[in-house]
Design a protein around this ligand. Structure first.
Ligand SMILES: Nc1ncnc2c1ncn2[C@@H]1O[C@H](COP(=O)(O)OP(=O)(O)OP(=O)(O)O)[C@@H](O)[C@H]1O
Length: 892
């Protein structure tokens, strides 16, 4: 409080202070000066007074200040103690509040912890389940991959072995062929050479003979001609000689006679006249004699000549005859020669022909050899191709495997990372929460402090203002304290702001982390989706029509058939011939229902993925089709197992936002008429087969029952079993006399994912194929058997047309094939189980069934299986939608 005395003096001073400032313009300057001087003096006086007053005041003020200071100190001490008490109170209340808060926080923490623990547990359970499922799936995938790999490797090895065997066989057969061919060729050549040589020999011999004969004949002829000529010559010579001799003689005689004559003439000349006459006479006589002799000799000569001529003629005739004979012989010989030359020519032609044939054969064998070489080369290239294919397949498998491994690794890594991240995030969240709580508490405390301080500040301000108002002076310490307080307040508010900002950042981080967790969850869902796709790819890699073979246990007192079974091969001996068949799986007599279902599991999953799936059993009567499909008490078959699996899976998917509607129908094709096995009323309505995109096959007027429980299905199956056409044949006491088709139509909707799935599972138990003579059927049974065989042969026709790649597939030839069309025409996934009996008496039927199955296993449905997946309208509730979408993503 400011004392009243001091205040009055201070007010006086203020009022007085204004006096010298008043203007007085009307007064003279001197006066003004004097007045000024006076005023100054007054003022000096006043100042002196004031100074003394001030001094007094200051002293008073000092005292007062001291007093005030004491008071202030006391006040401050009081305040301090008050503050201390209030602080301690506040601290206590704060402590209490903190404790309370801590209690609630602890409670909350505990609740949170519990929540987190339960969540963690749930998460761990789901994670474990997921991991287990993943592990199971991975195991399954690994096992199926291993199986596939093994099958593939076995197939490859078999193919390679077969190939090698074939190669060896082919090379052997080629070698054999070559050898045989060469041997044949050599033999033929040899034979031909031999025959040629024989021919040549015979020909040469004949020729030689002929030549020798000819020569002989010729020599004979020549000799004969020569002898003839010689004789003729001799005769001629003799004749000539005789003629000459005779002529000589005659000439001699003539000359003698001439000389005689001449001598006589001369003698006569001497006796000219006398003698002339005589001579002339004798001459005449002589001449006459000579003439006579000449004529005689001429006649003789002529005679001789004629005889000679005759002789010559005869000889000539003989010669001619001989010549003619010879000519004839020569002609005959020539003819013979011609014939032989003709024969020779023919032989030569034959030889030529044979030679050309041999040449042809040689060429052909060369061509064969070339072809063999070519085929060898082709074989080599095929081998290379096979090798390439093998390598590619192996690479593909390896790639798939590595992809799978990578995926699995990634998935496990992601899972581990996720888990770590989750743990870390949980810890972070916890820490953040703690920090947030502590920060909040500190902020609250600081805010409270701040408020308190600001209140104090305000109070102090008010006080100061009043103090200022009252005292007009500033208290340095107060000011300092105030500035200090201000600074503290600023610092505190800055700290609060900073903490708030930090809190915001951490909250941002938290939301970021949450987003990261969601993205990781999405990635996990994506990985699961990829795994599923991979699974489908693997299923499709296995082939659209897969064929399993199952051998029934042997019946008692029956001879067994020689069967060798491996995992995917079956070999049987029949009529001293060995037959080997390869299938996707072969189950021996010891195989269990579980083992078969394990292989079918994937296909069932496909039905839930929106595919049309068909599993059918084929085989001879009594081979175990019904046992495989429906099973018996304690050994459930494929139908109940598949349905139970679908129910389980659909239930599991329901948790992930899927709503499933499962409807079943049970039909039989009996004598080419469709019968509804679930029809209670016996209405005998007409059933028409229709195909639709969603479910494949739909039959009009057929009873379709919605199912939710396995018990319900079992009851329906029982009812259908009773209604089914069964009769006794020579082959089976309870033979199925119709084809039964159990169909399940699956309709799944996920409003959160806005999608809708429609799949179908057809489980077909065909009637047994049987020979009429063996079945012992008569009457109605005979008609049944005929109809069964007709529809089975229609099924065989369908597969044959498929195997041959025909454009038209005769699906409409029977009710059975018409019903199965959507699964066999490329839209669906099909599995055939061929059942066979191991008895020797069924060897032929077993062989036929295996042949048919082998033909089916060569077929593909001719298209990629279609998945019926459509978009569905979203759910209206968006809050739960997100949750369900996330959980369904996780479920997916
Ligand atoms: N794997 C098996 N294990 C044990 N018993 C089997 C097996 N397969 C078949 N059987 C038995 O063999 C008999 C004939 O089997 P099933 O009735 O299934 O043959 P099917 O091929 O369906 O004959 P159908 O021509 O009448 O349709 C039945 O008694 C059945 O229990």
């Amino acid at each position: 409080m400011i004392p009243c005395r001091l205040r009055n003096s201070w007010l006086k001073h203020i009022t007085r202070k204004k006096l010298p400032c008043e203007p007085n313009l009307k007064r003279p300057k001197k006066q003004k000066k004097q007045e000024h001087k006076q005023q100054l003096d007054e003022l000096k006086e006043v100042l002196r007074m004031k100074e003394s007053e001030m001094q007094a005041n200051t002293d008073a003020l000092r005292d007062y200040y001291k007093k005030i200071m004491h008071e202030k100190d006391a006040l401050l001490r009081n305040k301090e103690s008050e503050m201390k008490t209030t602080i301690s109170d506040m601290e206590q209340t704060y402590q209490a509040a903190i404790e309370e808060r801590e209690g609630t926080l602890e409670e909350q923490e505990n609740r949170m912890k519990n929540c987190i623990e339960t969540l963690q547990k749930k998460h761990e359970v789901t994670l474990r389940e997921l991991m287990q499922r993943q592990q199971q799936k991975e195991d399954k995938m690994r096992s199926s991959m291993d199986n596939l790999k093994e099958t593939h490797e076995a197939l490859l090895q078999e193919a390679v072995a077969g190939h090698r065997q074939k190669e060896a066989e082919m090379s052997l057969s080629i070698d054999e062929l070559k050898r045989a061919h060469q041997a044949e060729l050599k033999e033929k050549e040899h034979k031909m050479k031999e025959s040629i040589e024989v021919l040549r020999d015979t020909q040469e011999a004949a020729l030689r003979e002929m030549e020798s004969v000819h020569k002989q004949k010729e020599t004979e002829l020549r000799e004969f001609v020569e002898s003839l000529q010689r004789t003729h010559k001799r005769v001629l010579d003799e004749k000539d000689a005789a003629q000459k001799q005779a002529v000589k003689m005659l000439e001699q005689q003539l000359s003698d006679k001439e000389s005689e004559v001449r001598s006589r003439i001369s003698n006569l000349e001497q006796n000219q006249q006398r003698a002339v006459d005589e001579i002339e006479k004798s001459f005449r006589l002589k001449e006459e004699a000579a003439e006579r002799a000449a004529s005689e000799s001429a006649a003789f000569l002529r005679q001789q000549e004629t005889s000679l001529r005759e002789m010559v003629h005869s000889l000539q005739r003989q010669l001619d005859e001989k010549e003619a004979n010879l000519r004839d012989t020569i002609q005959s010989m020539q003819l013979l020669q011609n014939a032989s030359s003709e024969q020779l020519r023919l032989e030569q032609q034959r030889v030529q022909r044979l030679e050309t044939e041999a040449e042809d054969l040689r060429n052909r064998s060369i061509a064969n050899l070339q072809r063999a070489d070519q085929s060898e080369a082709e074989l080599v290239s095929t081998r290379h191709q096979m090798h390439d294919l093998q390598e590619r397949e192996q690479q593909r498998i390896q790639r798939l495997e590595t992809e799978k491994e990578q995926l699995a690794e990634k998935a496990s890594e992601r899972q581990a990372a996720l888990q770590e991240e989750l743990i870390r995030l949980k810890m972070l969240a916890k820490r953040f929460e703690e920090e947030a709580i502590s920060l909040k508490a500190s902020v609250d405390a600081k805010q409270a402090q701040c408020e308190k301080l600001s209140m104090e500040r305000d109070a102090l301000k008010v006080e100061f203002r009043s103090y200022k108002e009252h005292h007009g002076t500033s208290n340095q310490q107060q000011m300092e304290a105030i500035t200090e307080l201000k600074l503290t307040v600023d610092k505190l508010s800055k700290q609060v702001d900073f903490t708030k900002a930090e809190l915001q950042i951490q909250q941002g981080n938290l939301t970021q982390r949450q987003g990261y967790i969601i993205s990781l969850e999405n990635q996990l869902a994506q990985a699961e989706l990829t795994r599923r796709e991979l699974h489908n790819v693997i299923q499709e890699l296995k082939g659209n029509i897969r064929v399993f073979c199952r051998i029934r246990p042997q019946l008692e007192n029956r001879d067994s058939l020689s069967l060798q079974v491996s995992e995917n091969r079956i070999a049987l001996d029949h009529m001293s011939e060995s037959y080997t068949f390869g299938f996707d799986r072969v189950f021996d007599t010891t195989s269990t229902q579980e083992a078969i279902f394990d292989e079918v599991d994937g296909l069932v999953q496909s039905a839930l993925d929106g595919y049309k799936v068909c599993i059918f059993a084929y085989g001879q009567t009594g081979s175990g089709k019904t046992f495989t499909m429906q099973g018996s008490e304690g050994a459930r078959g494929l139908i109940p197992r598949c349905l139970s699996k679908i129910l389980q899976c659909s239930e599991a998917m329901r948790a992930a936002g899927w709503e499933w509607t499962l409807k079943v129908s049970f039909l039989e094709v009996y004598n080419e008429v469709l019968r509804d096995l679930l029809d209670n009323d016996g209405s005998n309505l007409v059933h028409v087969i229709k195909h639709d995109d969603a479910y494949g096959t739909m039959v009009t007027n057929v009873t379709s029952v919605e199912v939710k429980q396995m018990d319900h299905i079992n009851r329906l199956m029982e009812r259908a079993g009773k209604a089914r056409a069964v009769g006794a044949t020579d082959m089976n006491a309870t033979s199925s006399r119709s084809h039964s088709i159990f169909a399940m139509y699956l309709h799944g909707v996920n409003r959160e994912l806005q999608c809708e799935l429609q799949g179908a599972l057809h489980l077909v138990d065909l009637a047994g194929s049987e020979r009429l003579d063996k079945s012992g059927s008569t009457g109605d049974r005979l008609k049944e058997t005929q109809n069964i065989n007709k529809s089975l042969s229609s099924l065989a026709d369908v597969f044959l047309a498929k195997a041959e790649g025909r454009s038209h597939i005769p699906f409409r030839n029977s009710k059975l094939t018409h019903l199965m069309e959507p699964c066999l025409n490329g839209q669906g996934k099909t599995l055939m189980v061929v059942n066979v009996g191991p008895e020797a008496m069924h060897a032929h039927e077993t062989l036929c069934s295996l042949r048919f199955a082998a033909q089916v296993s060569q077929c593909t449905t001719g298209g990629k299986p279609k998945r019926c997946l459509r978009s569905a309208p979203p759910k209206s509730n968006t809050g739960s939608c997100r949750q369900a979408a996330a959980s369904s993503r996780r479920g997916k």
